[in-house]
Ligand binder design. Structure first.
Ligand SMILES: Cc1cc2nc3c(=O)[nH]c(=O)nc-3n(C[C@H](O)[C@H](O)[C@H](O)COP(=O)(O)OP(=O)(O)OC[C@H]3O[C@@H](n4cnc5c(N)ncnc54)[C@H](O)[C@@H]3O)c2cc1C
Length: 485
């Protein structure tokens, strides 16, 4: 599968071995690893701006500029409120009036994403990748057109084209929708809202609810289902919902927004239950759509599905043999580490002489609510659906040691799901402080095929919450294969 690459002195049929459209997580990783295999690589990306559109973006992509990184910075900023509350019973005497300077945090966040944008550019240059600023589109099976910021169009040819244009937030079509913001704007608000309304039950909605509540805003969270975080383990979803409420977030399950309008007091929000709210900010966190509209894909025969996501095979190849796609634009599993994995596998397949399929089994992930949820492997519901033998559930719900002094009424909950036939741990989850840090290690164990017996024979780190994962001896419940619906 290794392909002949352009080398000095060779007759150059194409300008590049690889032309990448989009310098986010997947595109940058694929460019650098392909260049590392000796390929001559170019990448195009839109000019930098914290709020993305069809014409602005920036090297680093969503994760760095308007996703994981700025979000986590705001989560850190927001978590201090709870820490200050908890500190009192540990003897800290804090003034009642603790001030929070949103503009300072926003400024520091923007500086950090600009710094990372610079680092990503240097990573590309140092890997000998040619960077081109502008909007790319596929002009033919081996041709890319880039519209530069001054409006001029440049054409480039390449043996392979990789589309890594990511996704963008979607808007709900209701009257007054233009008054709402997406997560892009939410990460760059000039003023901190006092009253926030959030529509959506996914991880982005839940995370912004935690962020704004931690910063002192009232937060009303509306979502269609009974619980937030569809697709996660139901028991853990209940835990998250309870924690959000415990932290003062008002949950509105099985509800949606029907109309927004501007008033002197703020944005008037009407719900499908006929309730009305006034908000300073309304966030739509209702899903993201793949960035494929302006890429000219139909004309060159690259197939997309009904959501606009590019259809690819197990090696990330599209319906046109030398055009490939990785990351959110393929809507497989929309996470940064997954886009990175797909980018690496693409390079190995096309330029490394080692055809490699991305492996989607046991991918851990986290919801950075306060406290966070983190999971790896199957949920209880998925385990039962796939079961060929009984499924064993071990759970632990306990008051974290810190809360015994702080007095915070919040439990940490952990769960292990075990296949009774093989004794292998097939699912694990935790909601509590440091869950993502702990689950990364559990994910390694699961990737190695660890059994419950091996978990049990592992010595704990004491005193920690993590040790609970190796001391869950008592079976909570057994799900029999017969109980499958
Ligand atoms: C608020 C938020 C929080 C998130 N938090 C997490 C998290 O905690 N953990 C996690 O793993 N994931 C998180 N994600 C998801 C993660 O950011 C994405 O899965 C990841 O960035 C996808 O990488 P990508 O390379 O596919 O696309 P992107 O990173 O979106 O990169 C695509 C790039 O292509 C550019 N582009 C688009 N069209 C063109 C064009 N025509 N020409 C040139 N360039 C173009 C864009 O400007 C962009 O820079 C979060 C996302 C959001 C929105």
């Amino acid at each position: 599968m290794a392909r002949k690459m352009l080398r000095d002195g060779e007759k150059e049929e194409y300008d590049f071995d690889l032309f990448v459209i989009g310098a986010g997580s997947g595109g940058v990783r694929a460019s650098r690893t392909s260049a590392g295999f000796g390929a001559k690589v170019a990448i195009c990306e839109l000019p930098f701006h914290p709020i993305s559109s069809e014409v602005v973006g920036g090297v680093g992509g969503t994760c760095v500029i308007r996703g994981c990184v700025p979000k986590k910075i705001l989560v850190y900023g927001s978590a201090f409120r709870g820490e200050f509350e908890d500190a009192r019973n540990f003897g800290w005497e804090l003034d009642e009036d603790i001030k929070f300077n949103w503009k300072k945090l926003l400024h520091n966040k923007t500086q950090e994403i600009q710094r990372l944008n610079g680092i990503y550019k240097r990573l590309l240059t140092n890997s000998s990748v040619t960077m081109i600023e502008g909007e790319g589109k596929v002009a033919g099976p081996h041709e890319v057109e880039v519209m530069q910021p001054d409006g001029s169009v440049q054409k480039y040819t390449a043996k392979h084209i990789l589309i890594a244009t990511g996704s963008r937030a979607q808007r709900v079509k209701i009257p007054g929708q233009e008054l709402a913001i997406s997560s892009d704007e939410a990460l760059s608000l000039e003023d901190l809202p006092k009253r926030a309304v959030i529509l959506g039950g996914g991880y982005i909605a839940v995370e912004f609810a935690s962020i704004w509540r931690g910063m002192g805003a009232t937060v009303d969270l509306f979502y269609r289902k009974e619980l937030p975080l569809r697709g996660f383990d139901d028991e853990m979803r209940t835990v998250v919902a309870k924690n959000l409420e415990g932290r003062g977030i008002k949950l509105h399950p099985q509800s949606t927004l029907t109309e927004l309008s501007k008033t002197d007091e703020g944005i008037r929000v009407v719900t499908d239950h006929g309730d009305e709210f006034i908000a300073d900010v309304v966030l739509f966190a209702t899903g993201r759509a793949p960035n494929t509209k302006r890429l000219n894909l139909e004309a060159v025969g690259v197939e997309t599905d009904r959501t606009g996501a590019i259809k690819v095979d197990e090696y990330s190849c599209t319906s046109v043999p030398n055009i490939w796609a990785v990351g959110d634009v393929t809507n497989r599993m929309n996470l940064t580490p997954v886009a990175l994995m797909e980018g690496t596998c693409f390079s190995k397949t096309v330029f490394g002489g080692e055809p490699t399929k991305p492996d989607y089994k046991d991918i851990p992930c986290a919801v950075f609510s306060i406290p966070p949820l983190s999971v790896v492997g199957l949920s209880e519901q998925q385990a039962l659906e796939q079961a060929t033998s009984d499924v064993l559930i071990f759970t632990s719900s306990f008051t974290p040691m810190k809360n015994t002094i702080s007095g915070r009424q919040e439990k940490t909950v952990m769960k292990l799901i075990v296949d009774s036939a093989t004794d292998r741990v097939i699912g694990a989850s935790m909601c509590g402080p440091d869950a993502p840090e702990i689950m990364q290690g559990i994910a390694v164990a699961m990737k190695c095929g660890a059994t419950k017996k091996q978990f049990d024979s592992t010595v704990g780190i004491h005193p920690s919450a993590a040790e609970e994962f190796v001391t869950m001896r008592t079976l909570t419940r057994r799900l029999t294969v017969e109980s499958k619906i």
